[in-house]
Design a protein around this ligand. Structure first.
Ligand code: PFF
Length: 457
């Protein structure tokens, strides 16, 4: 273990895993997806998936990682043999592809933080136009996404304990504080309660097939499941740690931040009479008008605080995404951490270029292909292939792997280290039932439906 590094204790793991889970998915994506899918009704379905499917898969991933003490490729290979190793490799590739576009959006957040805190962003008249021009501006984007990737790479280079754990332990509590501060401020604004009602009073007629499937995809992305990030982090924890407790805490932290992000954003949006269904621009467009009305000083503090929060959340996720291929190269190819980090960060940055250029800078990447009844950008395609479709597929394969190859006895054996009362408990029965029967059916169906809808609909 010494050569690979490891977390110093259970708290270090929880901070890092919660840091991975809490990210743009919670603060940028969750509110806009909830806004587009009916508010409170979506929230309920989402929370259901988190605990029914997300938590058992998370426990499964951490257990596989800890048992094998290896990256996803090595872990599947050790426990399942050569052909299963490809499942791990596919997960690593998904991580690389996800980071390639995630880093671009993180770069926007970074740029907005600087423009808002130190520039003239609050004097703009048309935030929608500003956002479109901003994401199409090649130079700014290049600069900010390089900066974000360099910071990520530096932290990952410093290693599991000093870099990943140390950063997460500081950033996660800070993030909570900023969130709570903005929520309290938002709730004092006029019409804030309309936002609270939209968010918390469910209209069940809004639940349909699309809500159910969108909520499941969102839950997987938000918990960082299906591509081996938690197999990798699981490989750095001690055998005396209680995996179930840690996974429950990470799940609660992730869900709490998503929930609080909604509670922060909807009152702000409603107080300005903006639409909650604005889409991906919700935090970059709708919220800006809100910050503007706060006046120059408070606007800078609250708005700047918000984008700083977004950057922190994104950073603890980008480091987990980069750690996955780095662990693979260190474990399997015996590369030094330094070489693995430098090569992977550069490669992923280059893969992300077409995503960055697909917002108007280069027409061919902006209107890349068409399917699902519309024109898609390069980033849309990468998201569809490596996140929307592949993460539930990764979860499906993990549950099939545990039930057919490693067996639930192997899983129980691993979990019971650090948790002697696990065997025979209700929670053991629940996880086994979910992993053997429910996850394969639900996730398999979800995979097929998504592929059919996207490409053959
Ligand atoms: N969970 C992150 C978020 O919600 O933003 C995204 C993510 C990070 C997905 C790491 C997958 C991963 F391995």
């Amino acid at each position: 273990m010494a050569a690979r590094g490891g977390f110093s204790n259970k708290l270090g793991f929880i901070a890092a895993a919660a840091g991975s889970a809490v990210g743009l998915g919670n603060i940028w994506q969750f509110p806009y997806v909830t806004g587009q899918n009916g508010g409170a009704a979506f929230l309920l379905v989402y929370i259901g998936w988190i605990f029914l499917i997300g938590l058992p898969i998370m426990v499964g991933e951490i257990a596989v990682g800890r048992k094998a003490q290896s990256n996803p490729y090595g872990a599947y290979k050790k426990l399942g043999g050569k052909s299963w190793a490809y499942v791990g490799l596919f997960g690593i590739i998904c991580g690389v592809m996800i980071l390639s576009f995630y880093n671009v959006v993180a770069g926007w957040a970074f740029g907005y933080f600087l423009e808002l805190s130190f520039g003239n962003l609050l004097n703009e008249q048309d935030y929608s136009g500003f956002f479109s021009a901003y994401v199409a501006d090649f130079r700014d984007n290049l600069f900010f996404s390089i900066a974000f990737m360099v910071i990520t790479a530096y932290i990952v280079y410093r290693g599991v304990q000093k870099g990943i754990e140390g950063t997460s332990k500081v950033l996660m509590p800070t993030l909570f504080l900023i969130l709570i501060f903005i929520i309290i401020y938002g709730l004092t604004l006029p019409n804030a309660m309309d936002g609270v009602s939209f968010y918390l009073l469910p209209d069940f007629s809004l639940i349909n097939g699309r809500t159910i499937y969108t909520a499941l995809g969102q839950a997987f992305f938000s918990l960082s499941l299906g591509m081996g990030a938690l197999i990798t982090y699981g490989s750095y924890i001690s055998r005396n740690d209680n995996i179930v407790n840690s996974a429950i805490l990470v799940t609660i932290a992730d869900t709490a931040v998503a929930f609080l992000a909604g509670l922060m954003i909807f009152p702000l949006v409603f107080s300005q009479g903006q639409s909650p269904a604005e889409g991906p621009g919700l935090v970059f467009v709708a919220l800006l008008g809100v910050f503007q009305t706060m006046g120059p000083l408070i606007g800078k503090i609250v708005g700047g605080g918000f984008f700083l929060l977004l950057c922190f959340a994104a950073l603890t996720s980008t480091i987990s995404l980069l750690e996955v291929p780095v662990a693979f190269l260190v474990d399997e190819k015996k590369w030094s951490r330094k070489k693995a980090v430098s090569v992977m960060a550069l490669l992923i940055f280059l893969i992300g270029l077409p995503s960055m250029l697909g917002f108007g800078a280069v027409g061919a990447f902006t209107e890349f292909v068409s399917y699902e009844g519309g024109v898609k950008s390069f980033m849309d395609v990468v998201q569809d292939l490596f996140f929307v479709i592949s993460l539930p597929l990764g979860g499906f394969l993990l549950s099939v792997f545990i039930s057919s190859k490693w067996k639930t006895a192997g899983l129980s054996e691993e979990i019971s280290h650090g948790n002697p009362s696990y065997r025979g408990s209700f929670i053991e029965k629940f996880f086994n039932l979910m992993i053997v029967y429910v996850c394969p059916v639900v996730l398999g169906a979800m995979f097929l439906l998504t592929v059919l809808q996207k490409f053959f609909g």
